[in-house]
Write a protein that binds this ligand. Sequence first.
Ligand code: MEV
Length: 322
Amino acid sequence: MPITVSAPGKLMLLGEHAVVYGHPCLVTTVNQRMRVAVEKLSPSILTLEAEDVELIGYKKPIRKLGKGKIPKRAMFIEIAMRNFFYKYSIQSGLNVITKSEFSPQFGFGSSSAVTVCLIKALSELFKINLTLQEIFDLSYKTISDIQKEGSGFDAAAAIYGGTLYFTAGGKIIEPLPIDELNLVVGYSGVKADTVSMINLLKEKIYTYKSGVEKIFDKIADLVKEAKKSLLSKDWIRFGTLMNFNQDYLEDLGLSTEKLGSMILAARKAGVYGAKLSGAGGGDCMIALVTPENKKQVATAIERVGGEIVEVTTNVEGVKSEK
Ligand code: MEV
C-alpha cells in the first residue's frame, strides 16, 4: 500500500523580502493542497509521475540521485530524496506520484509543498520519527540546495499549517492561535519568478544599502505590530499595516502597474487593507475583507482584469491521507 501525504499552499501576509534578510514575516496557509504518494520498489531506481507538470515515466538509478541532468520538474523530489536517503543511510527503490490542486502558476509554493510532502512520506515509509522542526530542517536544506535564495517560510507553512510568525531558516516558527482570515486573492495574470525578484532587490541593496535597510527595519516593525493586531482581531489596524507594507514594497520597486490597479480597486471597494503577496513583479495581491463585502471586492478586482483565486486560509499543515 502506498503512503500518501498532503500539505497546503501558502500566502505571504506581510514581510516578504525583508524576511530573507533576517526580519520576521507573517504567513498563512490555503486550502489548495499538494499530494505525494510513495511506495518501495525492488529495483534500485526512482520512478516519478507528476501529471500536473506533465512529467510522466521519469526514472533515475538510486546511486545517481542528484547527479547528471535533472529536469526542473523532478528537481525538488530528487534532491529531497537524495538528502533523506543520505541522512538516514537508506538504499531502496522508490515510486513517487505527485498530484497538485494548485496551479504552479500562482506563487502558492508548490515546490516547497512537494518537498515537505516527500520528506514526511519517506519518514513514514521508513519508520523514522521526525519532529516538525526536523522535517523543516531537511526541507529547507533541499530548497536551499536548489534555489540558494529564500527564507524557507513556504516550507514552514506547508509543515505547520495555520498562520505563522516566522524568521529566516526557521529560527522562529511561531504558530498563531487565530481563526480563518477573510481574504480575497487576485492573480495579476503574470507569473513571477521569486529568485529574479530577490536578485533585483540585491542590485538595489548593492547601490543603496542603507536606504533599503531602513525600509526593511520599517517593515520588520510593522510585522511585529501586525502580529499583535492579528492576535487581538484588530482588523482595521491589521489592514492599515498591510497598506503601509504595500507602500514600502512599491518604494522597493517590487509592485507592478497591474498589481497596483487591483490593489487600488480593492481599496476603493472598501477593504481593511490590500497589498501584493509574495515576491512581487506579478503573481497575486491579497485584500482583507469582511464576509459582507467579499463579493463586491472580488468584482472590483475582476473589473480591472484580475483573476480571483478562491481560497480559505489558516488550514491544516502536512498530514497523512487515508
Ligand atoms: C516570496 O514569496 C517571498 C520572499 O520573501 C522570498 C522568501 O521569503 O523566500 C521574496
